[in-house]
Structures are given as structure tokens and as C-alpha cells.
Design a protein. Structure first.
Lengths: 77, 77, 77, 77, 77, 77
């Protein structure tokens, strides 16, 4: 199952940010595989300021990794 | 939609800090696309010391990335 | 007992993500060796949005390490 | 308004630490521009052990950035 | 008392992980030197999912440092 | 007042860890300058498992910085 993330390369920082969002959400899917439970939990964080900030922290950590993997898009066209 | 963040380059550390603020807020917009909900949540964190500290942590993480992307503005004019 | 993690090398980013998941779970096993207690605790986090986000943060931190160890899979085939 | 932080360079690690403190506090000012609200919130964190630890975490993250920007003051006189 | 940690070098990633666990626990010993209090606190975190996740975060941060110190065991035999 | 931290260099990893502990505690002193308040808060975290874990996280972050500043003590005698 190792083909869902073939590379950390993205064309732009914006694409890298979206990859960071995807990487953040994956842990929840791996840890709670039941989609019905995940759907039930969604309002718990999507309507809670502190939860949204915590999600932002996870995304920031992944974005740091993706940005480094892309050499910060310094030579992006 | 990958043109909202063409580059992590900024002219100065201060501009980099403002980019970090922007990057921090983006996750909330992606995770809670409903602007009315976001507006309702605003007092929950803007008037809560612990929430503001948590936001600061997210910004600090993004600032580290932006600073690295700019080689810490070492050669800034 | 040092043979359970011979290397941080993985073939792809996806495999690296799964290694990060494994590294995250290991601390719980080391800190709470009683499997019965761990099983009892599982619903406490697998059905709690904030706990799942916190797990995601741990995974993000380990993924950064694994990604660096693999030079971000830049030269992956 | 990008002249409030012209550089991350500091003469010593101690000055770098103070810059990290400044960077930590800035997010609160940007997120809660009302000084009266900020003053009202101050006892909420300055007299709460967990809030003070959380502030310390933010400062630690910024200090890492400032230290890297100064090449860890390795060649400081 | 600086001989309790002569080096961050370890033979394998698994040994490095165990060093990260040790580094994580040390702060508690330094901050709460009374062993009787520490023993009393143990069930508070060893039987609490969120505390175990928080411990995992600390270990992940130390593992990143230990891994970098060992150049990610890239040339491990 | 920039002479309280002339350098991040330490002789050994153990000394580096103690410097990380010192750096962690400094934020509290800067943010809550009143020693009497700090003394009053001490039991709030020294006898609380979650607070001790949070302190450990701050120390882990500073230790990463100090370790990098010392090139991970790779060439330590």
C-alpha cells in the first residue's frame, strides 16, 4: 500500500501546503479507520477554536517537512 | 488553486513573520470553510489567553520554516 | 533488544509515514507495558477528536525525522 | 510596516533569547490588537503554571530559529 | 555531574529511541526530585491516554535530536 | 544584560541538557518576574503529571537547539 504517497515534491508552496493538510489527516484515518466514527467527530473539532488551532499545529509541522523536501521551492519556475 | 502562495521568499524578517501568520490561519479556513462559523469562533480564542498562546505556537513553527526558506535573511539588503 | 528498528530507511514516503506511526505508538508500549490497560485506553483517544489530533502531532514530528533520514526520498526511483 | 524586525542577528545568545521572547509576544498583539483585552488576559497566564509553560514552549521554538539564524553564535567574539 | 550522558551516539536507531525515552524522563527527575511524589504521579499518566500521547510527543522531539546526532544511522553497519 | 548567556557551548551532552533546563525556566522568570508568585505556582506543576510532561517538552525543544549548537558533541574529547 505504499503508492498513496510516491513523492513529497510539489510544484509550488501552495501545493505543498495542501500536501501538509493531507498528511495531517492521514493519521486520523490510520488511527480511527471507521469512517462513521470520524464523521461523528468532525463537529467536535471543526466548530471548536482550540481544536482548529491544534490541527493548524500539525499542519505547520508537516509543512516544515514538505518545504524542506522541496528545498523551499527556491528554484521553482 | 496553487497560486495563492507562489513563494516563501520575503524581503525582511517582519514580512516573513506576517507570512507565518497567514500560513497559520489558512488551516482554519481549509478545515472550517464556513466563514460564519469562523466568525462565531473568533472570541473563543481572541479573548482566551491559552488559545492565543497556542496560536503563537503555530506561528512560531511556520516562522521557522519561512526563516529557513529565506536563509534567515542573512544577506538581506 | 536493539534489533526492532535496524534502520530509518524506507522505500517510499508512504512507507516512511507508516514507520512514523509505528515510532509514535512505541512510546505508549514502553511507558505502559500492560497490554490490557492499553486496550482499555484505546476508545479514550480513538473516539476523541482532540486526542486524535494530538496523535497526529506526534506522527508529524516522527515523520519529519524519518523524512530527513531518507533525504526526503529525493532520489527515490 | 516591515521595519519592526530588520534582522534576526543578535550579538549574544542572551540577546537572541530576548528576541525570541519578543517574537512570541507579537502573535498575541497581531491576533488581539486591543491592548485593553490583552491587559485583562495577563493574569490568566502570568499566574497560571500551565500557561507559563506553554509560553515557554513558544519561546523555545522561536529561540531555535534565532539561534540557527546566528549560526548558534559559534563565532561570537 | 556531567558524566551521566557522555555521548548521543548509539549503535542503532532502536538504541537511539531508548536514549530518547531516557532524555524525556530526565526532566521529570530534575523538576521533581522527590521519588515518592514521582511514584505517586505515575498512574496519573500511565493510565491516561492523553498523557501517554503527550509523553510520546516529548520522546519524538528527543528522537529527532538523537537521530540527527547519529546522522540518522545512515552508515550503520 | 546580555551577559547571562555568553555561549551555547557546553563540554558534554549532560551539561547541554542542564543548559536546556535553564533556558526553559528563563521564560517563566521573564514572564512572571515576581518570585513570590513563582514559588506559589511551583506545586501546581511539580506535583502534576501533565505539567511535568509539558515542561519536558520545552526542555526537549531547547535541548535540540543546544545539541545543534554543539554539533551534537560529535568531536567531544
Amino acid at each position: 500500500m505504499s503508492d498513496w504517497l510516491p513523492s513529497l515534491k510539489t510544484a509550488t508552496p501552495a501545493d505543498g501546503y495542501e500536501l501538509a493538510l493531507k498528511l495531517s489527516r492521514l493519521t486520523v484515518k490510520f488511527t480511527q479507520p471507521d469512517a462513521a466514527v470520524r464523521d461523528r467527530l468532525r463537529p467536535d473539532y471543526a466548530e471548536d477554536a482550540d481544536s482548529l488551532i491544534a490541527v493548524s499545529q500539525v499542519v505547520a509541522t508537516h509543512f516544515a517537512t514538505v518545504a524542506a523536501a522541496n528545498d523551499y521551492w527556491r528554484t521553482a519556475p
